[in-house]
Design a protein around this ligand. Structure first.
Ligand code: DAH
Length: 347
Protein backbone atom coordinates (compact mmCIF):
# COMPACT_ATOMS: atom_id res chain seq x y z
CA UNK A 1 0.00 0.00 0.00
CA UNK A 2 1.19 3.47 -0.79
CA UNK A 3 1.51 6.12 1.91
CA UNK A 4 -1.52 7.81 0.35
CA UNK A 5 -3.59 4.65 0.67
CA UNK A 6 -2.43 4.02 4.21
CA UNK A 7 -3.43 7.51 5.20
CA UNK A 8 -6.89 7.01 3.67
CA UNK A 9 -7.28 3.75 5.62
CA UNK A 10 -6.15 5.54 8.81
CA UNK A 11 -8.64 8.37 8.35
CA UNK A 12 -11.37 5.80 7.66
CA UNK A 13 -10.54 4.00 10.92
CA UNK A 14 -10.62 7.30 12.82
CA UNK A 15 -13.92 8.34 11.21
CA UNK A 16 -15.49 4.98 12.02
CA UNK A 17 -14.27 5.12 15.59
CA UNK A 18 -15.75 8.62 15.93
CA UNK A 19 -19.15 7.47 14.63
CA UNK A 20 -21.35 7.18 17.73
CA UNK A 21 -24.46 5.75 16.03
CA UNK A 22 -25.17 3.36 13.14
CA UNK A 23 -26.37 6.39 11.10
CA UNK A 24 -23.10 8.29 11.70
CA UNK A 25 -21.22 5.15 10.69
CA UNK A 26 -23.08 4.83 7.37
CA UNK A 27 -22.30 8.49 6.60
CA UNK A 28 -18.62 7.89 7.36
CA UNK A 29 -18.64 4.80 5.13
CA UNK A 30 -19.98 6.89 2.22
CA UNK A 31 -16.93 9.17 2.42
CA UNK A 32 -14.59 6.24 1.71
CA UNK A 33 -16.28 3.43 -0.16
CA UNK A 34 -19.60 5.02 -1.17
CA UNK A 35 -20.32 6.02 -4.81
CA UNK A 36 -18.34 9.25 -4.45
CA UNK A 37 -16.00 7.93 -1.75
CA UNK A 38 -12.27 8.45 -1.82
CA UNK A 39 -11.45 4.83 -2.68
CA UNK A 40 -14.07 4.77 -5.41
CA UNK A 41 -12.60 7.95 -6.92
CA UNK A 42 -9.16 6.35 -6.92
CA UNK A 43 -10.55 3.32 -8.78
CA UNK A 44 -12.12 5.55 -11.40
CA UNK A 45 -8.75 7.28 -11.83
CA UNK A 46 -7.13 3.99 -12.91
CA UNK A 47 -8.67 4.13 -16.40
CA UNK A 48 -5.75 6.09 -17.74
CA UNK A 49 -3.12 3.61 -16.49
CA UNK A 50 -1.33 0.91 -18.47
CA UNK A 51 -2.27 -2.72 -17.99
CA UNK A 52 0.84 -3.37 -15.89
CA UNK A 53 0.21 -0.35 -13.68
CA UNK A 54 -3.46 -1.26 -13.33
CA UNK A 55 -2.46 -4.61 -11.84
CA UNK A 56 -0.27 -3.26 -9.02
CA UNK A 57 -2.35 -0.15 -8.39
CA UNK A 58 -5.57 -2.14 -8.44
CA UNK A 59 -4.22 -4.72 -6.00
CA UNK A 60 -3.08 -1.97 -3.62
CA UNK A 61 -6.41 -0.15 -3.77
CA UNK A 62 -8.21 -3.44 -3.17
CA UNK A 63 -6.11 -4.17 -0.10
CA UNK A 64 -6.95 -0.70 1.23
CA UNK A 65 -10.63 -1.21 0.47
CA UNK A 66 -10.67 -4.53 2.30
CA UNK A 67 -8.98 -2.96 5.31
CA UNK A 68 -11.63 -0.24 5.34
CA UNK A 69 -14.44 -2.78 5.04
CA UNK A 70 -12.96 -4.81 7.88
CA UNK A 71 -12.83 -1.68 10.07
CA UNK A 72 -16.40 -0.80 9.07
CA UNK A 73 -17.73 -4.25 9.98
CA UNK A 74 -15.89 -4.27 13.29
CA UNK A 75 -17.37 -0.88 14.17
CA UNK A 76 -20.88 -1.98 13.07
CA UNK A 77 -20.62 -4.97 15.35
CA UNK A 78 -19.34 -2.85 18.24
CA UNK A 79 -22.19 -0.37 17.88
CA UNK A 80 -24.78 -3.19 17.67
CA UNK A 81 -23.29 -4.84 20.77
CA UNK A 82 -23.43 -1.56 22.67
CA UNK A 83 -27.03 -1.01 21.70
CA UNK A 84 -28.01 -4.52 22.77
CA UNK A 85 -26.21 -3.95 26.04
CA UNK A 86 -28.24 -0.80 26.77
CA UNK A 87 -31.45 -2.61 25.88
CA UNK A 88 -30.63 -5.56 28.12
CA UNK A 89 -29.81 -3.28 31.03
CA UNK A 90 -33.10 -1.42 30.55
CA UNK A 91 -35.08 -4.65 30.54
CA UNK A 92 -33.12 -6.19 33.37
CA UNK A 93 -35.12 -8.60 35.49
CA UNK A 94 -33.98 -9.09 39.05
CA UNK A 95 -34.85 -12.72 39.61
CA UNK A 96 -33.75 -12.44 43.25
CA UNK A 97 -36.66 -10.06 44.12
CA UNK A 98 -39.48 -11.72 46.07
CA UNK A 99 -42.65 -12.31 44.01
CA UNK A 100 -45.89 -10.36 44.53
CA UNK A 101 -48.21 -12.61 46.49
CA UNK A 102 -51.77 -12.86 45.21
CA UNK A 103 -53.92 -14.45 47.85
CA UNK A 104 -56.92 -16.42 46.67
CA UNK A 105 -60.27 -14.69 47.35
CA UNK A 106 -63.08 -16.37 49.22
CA UNK A 107 -66.82 -16.10 49.70
CA UNK A 108 -68.25 -13.61 52.17
CA UNK A 109 -69.63 -15.28 55.32
CA UNK A 110 -73.17 -14.11 54.47
CA UNK A 111 -72.78 -15.56 50.96
CA UNK A 112 -71.71 -18.84 52.55
CA UNK A 113 -74.90 -18.77 54.62
CA UNK A 114 -77.06 -17.95 51.58
CA UNK A 115 -75.57 -20.88 49.68
CA UNK A 116 -76.11 -23.13 52.66
CA UNK A 117 -79.77 -22.06 53.00
CA UNK A 118 -80.35 -22.63 49.28
CA UNK A 119 -78.75 -26.08 49.37
CA UNK A 120 -80.75 -27.24 52.38
CA UNK A 121 -84.10 -26.03 51.04
CA UNK A 122 -83.33 -27.31 47.53
CA UNK A 123 -82.77 -30.73 49.09
CA UNK A 124 -86.29 -30.46 50.53
CA UNK A 125 -87.75 -29.74 47.09
CA UNK A 126 -87.89 -25.92 47.28
CA UNK A 127 -87.28 -23.72 44.23
CA UNK A 128 -84.99 -20.69 44.66
CA UNK A 129 -86.33 -17.38 43.31
CA UNK A 130 -84.93 -13.90 42.83
CA UNK A 131 -86.81 -10.60 42.62
CA UNK A 132 -86.45 -6.81 42.36
CA UNK A 133 -84.97 -4.75 45.19
CA UNK A 134 -86.83 -1.62 44.02
CA UNK A 135 -90.40 -2.67 44.61
CA UNK A 136 -93.90 -1.28 44.13
CA UNK A 137 -95.97 -0.26 47.13
CA UNK A 138 -98.56 -2.85 46.17
CA UNK A 139 -96.06 -5.74 46.25
CA UNK A 140 -94.23 -4.61 49.40
CA UNK A 141 -97.34 -3.81 51.42
CA UNK A 142 -100.85 -3.79 49.99
CA UNK A 143 -100.72 -7.27 48.44
CA UNK A 144 -99.50 -8.54 51.81
CA UNK A 145 -102.67 -7.40 53.56
CA UNK A 146 -101.02 -4.18 54.67
CA UNK A 147 -103.17 -1.39 53.14
CA UNK A 148 -102.12 2.28 52.89
CA UNK A 149 -102.34 4.10 56.23
CA UNK A 150 -102.53 0.82 58.16
CA UNK A 151 -100.49 1.18 61.38
CA UNK A 152 -98.72 -2.15 60.71
CA UNK A 153 -96.75 -0.39 57.98
CA UNK A 154 -94.73 1.37 60.65
CA UNK A 155 -93.27 -1.99 61.67
CA UNK A 156 -90.80 -1.24 58.89
CA UNK A 157 -88.96 2.05 58.39
CA UNK A 158 -88.94 2.05 54.65
CA UNK A 159 -86.75 3.88 52.12
CA UNK A 160 -88.79 5.43 49.34
CA UNK A 161 -87.58 6.11 45.82
CA UNK A 162 -88.33 9.29 43.88
CA UNK A 163 -90.37 7.45 41.25
CA UNK A 164 -94.10 6.87 41.43
CA UNK A 165 -95.73 3.60 40.46
CA UNK A 166 -98.86 3.39 38.30
CA UNK A 167 -100.95 3.87 41.46
CA UNK A 168 -99.21 7.21 42.16
CA UNK A 169 -97.47 5.77 45.22
CA UNK A 170 -93.64 5.91 45.24
CA UNK A 171 -91.59 2.78 44.76
CA UNK A 172 -89.64 1.58 47.79
CA UNK A 173 -86.44 -0.30 48.50
CA UNK A 174 -88.10 -3.52 49.60
CA UNK A 175 -88.06 -3.70 53.42
CA UNK A 176 -88.51 -7.49 53.31
CA UNK A 177 -88.47 -10.38 50.84
CA UNK A 178 -92.18 -11.06 51.47
CA UNK A 179 -93.29 -9.40 48.17
CA UNK A 180 -91.70 -12.42 46.53
CA UNK A 181 -94.57 -14.54 47.84
CA UNK A 182 -97.08 -12.83 45.56
CA UNK A 183 -94.62 -12.32 42.70
CA UNK A 184 -93.65 -15.97 42.67
CA UNK A 185 -97.26 -17.15 42.93
CA UNK A 186 -98.21 -15.01 39.91
CA UNK A 187 -95.33 -16.42 37.88
CA UNK A 188 -96.17 -19.95 38.99
CA UNK A 189 -99.83 -19.62 37.99
CA UNK A 190 -98.85 -18.18 34.61
CA UNK A 191 -96.32 -20.96 34.04
CA UNK A 192 -98.90 -23.69 34.63
CA UNK A 193 -101.83 -21.96 32.94
CA UNK A 194 -104.13 -24.60 31.46
CA UNK A 195 -102.28 -27.43 33.18
CA UNK A 196 -102.46 -29.01 36.56
CA UNK A 197 -100.60 -26.68 38.92
CA UNK A 198 -98.12 -28.24 41.35
CA UNK A 199 -97.78 -26.93 44.90
CA UNK A 200 -95.80 -23.75 45.39
CA UNK A 201 -92.64 -24.48 47.28
CA UNK A 202 -90.04 -21.71 47.09
CA UNK A 203 -87.45 -19.72 48.97
CA UNK A 204 -86.45 -16.19 47.92
CA UNK A 205 -83.15 -14.98 49.39
CA UNK A 206 -81.88 -11.46 48.76
CA UNK A 207 -81.05 -7.95 49.89
CA UNK A 208 -83.52 -5.82 51.83
CA UNK A 209 -83.44 -2.25 53.17
CA UNK A 210 -84.64 -0.27 56.16
CA UNK A 211 -83.86 3.06 57.82
CA UNK A 212 -82.06 1.40 60.68
CA UNK A 213 -78.44 1.25 61.84
CA UNK A 214 -76.76 -0.13 64.98
CA UNK A 215 -74.78 -3.18 66.13
CA UNK A 216 -77.57 -5.54 65.10
CA UNK A 217 -79.23 -3.51 62.30
CA UNK A 218 -77.83 -2.35 59.00
CA UNK A 219 -79.70 -0.18 56.43
CA UNK A 220 -78.94 -2.94 53.91
CA UNK A 221 -79.37 -6.46 55.17
CA UNK A 222 -80.47 -9.86 53.95
CA UNK A 223 -83.61 -11.89 54.23
CA UNK A 224 -84.77 -15.21 52.95
CA UNK A 225 -88.46 -15.72 52.35
CA UNK A 226 -90.07 -19.13 52.27
CA UNK A 227 -93.47 -20.16 50.95
CA UNK A 228 -95.19 -23.53 50.76
CA UNK A 229 -98.71 -23.35 49.43
CA UNK A 230 -100.95 -26.19 48.35
CA UNK A 231 -104.30 -27.84 48.94
CA UNK A 232 -103.18 -29.73 51.99
CA UNK A 233 -100.30 -27.94 53.69
CA UNK A 234 -100.45 -27.25 57.40
CA UNK A 235 -98.65 -25.60 60.28
CA UNK A 236 -97.30 -29.02 61.15
CA UNK A 237 -95.42 -29.03 57.82
CA UNK A 238 -93.90 -25.66 58.69
CA UNK A 239 -92.68 -27.06 62.00
CA UNK A 240 -91.12 -30.11 60.35
CA UNK A 241 -89.48 -28.16 57.52
CA UNK A 242 -88.13 -25.40 59.73
CA UNK A 243 -86.89 -27.74 62.46
CA UNK A 244 -85.13 -29.82 59.81
CA UNK A 245 -83.63 -26.72 58.30
CA UNK A 246 -82.28 -25.36 61.63
CA UNK A 247 -80.78 -28.68 62.70
CA UNK A 248 -79.06 -29.12 59.32
CA UNK A 249 -77.93 -25.51 59.16
CA UNK A 250 -76.39 -25.52 62.65
CA UNK A 251 -75.30 -29.17 62.45
CA UNK A 252 -76.91 -29.86 65.79
CA UNK A 253 -79.47 -32.59 66.39
CA UNK A 254 -80.50 -31.48 69.87
CA UNK A 255 -81.40 -27.94 68.82
CA UNK A 256 -84.75 -26.92 70.35
CA UNK A 257 -87.34 -24.82 68.47
CA UNK A 258 -90.23 -22.80 69.83
CA UNK A 259 -93.08 -21.12 67.96
CA UNK A 260 -94.05 -18.00 69.86
CA UNK A 261 -97.37 -16.32 68.97
CA UNK A 262 -96.87 -13.02 67.17
CA UNK A 263 -98.43 -10.70 64.63
CA UNK A 264 -97.74 -10.14 60.94
CA UNK A 265 -100.39 -8.68 58.62
CA UNK A 266 -99.77 -11.36 55.98
CA UNK A 267 -100.14 -14.42 58.21
CA UNK A 268 -102.85 -15.68 60.53
CA UNK A 269 -101.97 -17.20 62.90
CA UNK A 270 -98.45 -15.82 63.09
CA UNK A 271 -95.46 -17.03 65.06
CA UNK A 272 -91.95 -15.94 65.84
CA UNK A 273 -89.53 -18.87 65.62
CA UNK A 274 -86.91 -19.11 68.37
CA UNK A 275 -84.10 -21.63 68.63
CA UNK A 276 -82.12 -22.82 71.64
CA UNK A 277 -78.71 -24.48 71.59
CA UNK A 278 -78.14 -27.16 74.23
CA UNK A 279 -74.37 -26.71 74.29
CA UNK A 280 -71.75 -24.13 73.29
CA UNK A 281 -71.41 -20.45 74.27
CA UNK A 282 -75.08 -19.63 73.51
CA UNK A 283 -76.54 -22.67 75.30
CA UNK A 284 -79.86 -22.18 77.06
CA UNK A 285 -80.83 -18.81 75.54
CA UNK A 286 -83.84 -18.52 73.22
CA UNK A 287 -82.73 -16.80 70.02
CA UNK A 288 -85.20 -15.39 67.52
CA UNK A 289 -84.40 -16.50 63.96
CA UNK A 290 -87.55 -16.06 61.84
CA UNK A 291 -91.10 -14.81 61.52
CA UNK A 292 -93.67 -17.22 60.17
CA UNK A 293 -97.30 -18.11 59.91
CA UNK A 294 -100.16 -19.49 57.90
CA UNK A 295 -100.61 -17.38 54.78
CA UNK A 296 -103.50 -14.95 55.29
CA UNK A 297 -106.56 -15.57 53.03
CA UNK A 298 -106.32 -11.98 51.73
CA UNK A 299 -102.78 -12.69 50.54
CA UNK A 300 -103.84 -15.95 48.87
CA UNK A 301 -106.55 -13.96 47.07
CA UNK A 302 -103.97 -11.36 45.94
CA UNK A 303 -101.91 -14.21 44.51
CA UNK A 304 -104.92 -14.96 42.31
CA UNK A 305 -105.82 -18.16 44.15
CA UNK A 306 -108.90 -19.28 46.04
CA UNK A 307 -108.25 -19.18 49.81
CA UNK A 308 -110.97 -21.83 50.26
CA UNK A 309 -108.78 -24.20 48.25
CA UNK A 310 -105.21 -23.10 48.86
CA UNK A 311 -103.59 -22.96 52.25
CA UNK A 312 -100.01 -22.90 53.35
CA UNK A 313 -97.32 -21.24 55.36
CA UNK A 314 -94.68 -18.62 54.90
CA UNK A 315 -91.60 -17.66 56.81
CA UNK A 316 -88.98 -14.93 56.68
CA UNK A 317 -85.57 -15.28 58.22
CA UNK A 318 -82.43 -13.18 58.49
CA UNK A 319 -79.34 -14.80 56.98
CA UNK A 320 -77.15 -12.11 58.61
CA UNK A 321 -78.34 -13.17 62.05
CA UNK A 322 -77.98 -16.86 61.18
CA UNK A 323 -74.38 -16.12 60.14
CA UNK A 324 -73.70 -14.30 63.43
CA UNK A 325 -75.07 -17.25 65.41
CA UNK A 326 -73.23 -19.87 63.39
CA UNK A 327 -69.82 -18.20 63.61
CA UNK A 328 -70.19 -16.36 66.92
CA UNK A 329 -69.99 -12.84 65.46
CA UNK A 330 -71.41 -10.17 67.80
CA UNK A 331 -71.49 -7.07 65.58
CA UNK A 332 -73.43 -7.10 62.33
CA UNK A 333 -71.46 -4.14 60.98
CA UNK A 334 -68.36 -6.35 60.64
CA UNK A 335 -70.08 -8.02 57.68
CA UNK A 336 -70.27 -4.78 55.74
CA UNK A 337 -67.00 -3.02 56.72
CA UNK A 338 -64.98 -5.02 54.20
CA UNK A 339 -62.09 -5.50 56.65
CA UNK A 340 -59.93 -8.22 55.14
CA UNK A 341 -58.67 -9.34 58.58
CA UNK A 342 -62.22 -10.22 59.55
CA UNK A 343 -63.23 -11.72 56.22
CA UNK A 344 -60.21 -13.99 55.75
CA UNK A 345 -61.21 -15.94 58.85
CA UNK A 346 -64.00 -17.53 56.83
CA UNK A 347 -61.69 -18.88 54.13
N1 DAH B 1 -91.51 -10.00 56.39
C1 DAH B 1 -91.32 -10.12 57.82
C2 DAH B 1 -90.34 -9.09 58.30
O1 DAH B 1 -89.60 -8.59 57.51
C3 DAH B 1 -90.82 -11.48 58.17
C4 DAH B 1 -91.87 -12.53 57.98
C5 DAH B 1 -92.73 -12.84 58.99
C6 DAH B 1 -91.98 -13.16 56.76
C7 DAH B 1 -93.69 -13.79 58.84
C8 DAH B 1 -92.96 -14.13 56.58
C9 DAH B 1 -93.81 -14.45 57.65
O2 DAH B 1 -93.14 -14.80 55.44
O3 DAH B 1 -94.73 -15.43 57.48
O4 DAH B 1 -90.29 -8.80 59.45
Amino acid sequence: MTIELESIVDSARTAFADAATPADLENAKAQFIGKAGRITELMKGMAALSVEEKKTRGAAINTAKQAIEAALNARRQALADAELDIQLKAEALDVSLPGRLREPGSLHPVSLTMERIEQIFASMGFDVADGPEIESDWHSFTSLNNPPNHPARSMQDTFYVDINGDDGIPYNLRPHTSPMQVRYAHAHIKKYAGREMPEIRVIAPGRTYRVDSDATHSPMFHQCEGLWLGENVSFKDLKVVFTDFCRTFFESEDLALRFRPSFFPFTEPSAEIDIQFQSGPLAGRWLEVAGSGQVHPAVVRNMGLDPEKYIGFAFGMGPDRLTMLRYGVNDLRLFFDGDIRFLRQFR
